[in-house]
Design a protein around this ligand. Structure first.
Ligand SMILES: C[S@@+](CC[C@H](N)C(=O)[O-])C[C@H]1O[C@@H](n2cnc3c(N)ncnc32)[C@H](O)[C@@H]1O
Length: 260
């Protein structure tokens, strides 16, 4: 009998438990062990049946509790004990989630791996904030970019390809680098008054949104006191959103605990 277990890489969506897919919920109900990331909300962890082993592999900017290699090894080791393992990740596992690296490590170890997609934070946060990411006549394309850069390194973005007026840009992991991103975009021709929004803890009860022109969005988010996870949306669709009910928020809640 093959006693080798299997791993399911599951996208938990942006935070609101109602945005979990039925397939994700089923995988969580069937799991023996769940290895979860910091961005998985407490409300989603609460849905996991009692008796399931929970392992936090949380990563936060600049403070990795487990290295990626350690997480890969953990998944392989757990699966080899014959258990059903869920690797639960915020948003979608294959969008800035390093799900590809984990799936590759499992494939190399000869372990079965299924992928359950999740709603990525760009989709979830934009819809919750009433920002249409594409809009006929205003934005006919969409780019997801990462603002993360290794310590001491320059941001490695293809600036000239990012400045088109008809494209909405969504910046993941950009809270620390947003001022440099805005500078780079403006330096390569994007209008400094392009509308932009910053959304923290989107889709959760702790959602917090601010808006400002591109040249000021980093300072606006920082001065408001926002901390990761923050998603930045840049493009003319942010203006369209006002007519759809987009509103910025006063900070009235304790955001020291956001997601996980
Ligand atoms: C490591 S990436 C993971 C992205 C994830 N795989 C996804 O598909 O959304 C983490 C970044 O996603 C964004 N993010 C994730 N959830 C968020 C939320 N609920 N509100 C705002 N930003 C979020 C932030 O930019 C954060 O720094």
């Amino acid at each position: 009998m093959n006693k080798q277990g299997k791993v399911v890489l599951v996208g938990a969506g942006p935070g609101d438990p109602d945005l979990l897919t039925l397939k994700a919920l089923k995988a969580l109900n069937d799991a023996d062990v769940v290895v979860y990331d910091r961005l998985v909300s407490a409300e989603i962890l609460d849905l996991i049946p009692a008796g399931t082993v929970l392992i936090g592999a949380g990563k936060s900017p600049g403070r990795h509790t487990m290295s990626q290699e350690e997480i890969n090894d953990l998944l392989v080791t757990l699966a080899r004990t014959g258990r059903r393992v869920v690797r639960l990740k915020g948003g979608d596992p294959f969008i800035f989630g390093r799900g590809g690296e984990e799936a590759l490590a499992l494939a190399r170890a000869g372990i079965d791996c299924d992928i359950v997609p999740g709603i990525t934070s760009a989709q979830g946060c934009a819809a919750a904030a009433r920002i249409p990411l594409t809009h006929r006549g205003i934005a006919n394309s969409l780019r997801f970019i990462t603002g993360h850069c290794r310590e001491g390194r320059e941001l490695d973005l293809d600036w000239p390809s990012l400045t088109g007026e008809d494209c909405t840009l969504v910046v993941y992991m950009g809270h620390a680098s947003m001022a440099r991103i805005a500078e780079g975009l403006i330096g390569h021709g994007m209008k400094a008054d392009t509308p932009a929004a910053a959304i923290m803890c989107g889709t959760t009860g702790r959602e917090w949104k601010v808006a400002a022109p591109l040249h000021a969005i980093a300072a606006t988010a920082r001065d408001a006191g926002m901390t990761s996870p923050v998603l930045y949306i840049i493009g003319r669709v942010v203006d369209t959103a006002t007519a759809l009910g987009f509103q910025t928020d006063e900070c009235t809640q304790d955001h020291s605990v956001c997601l996980g």
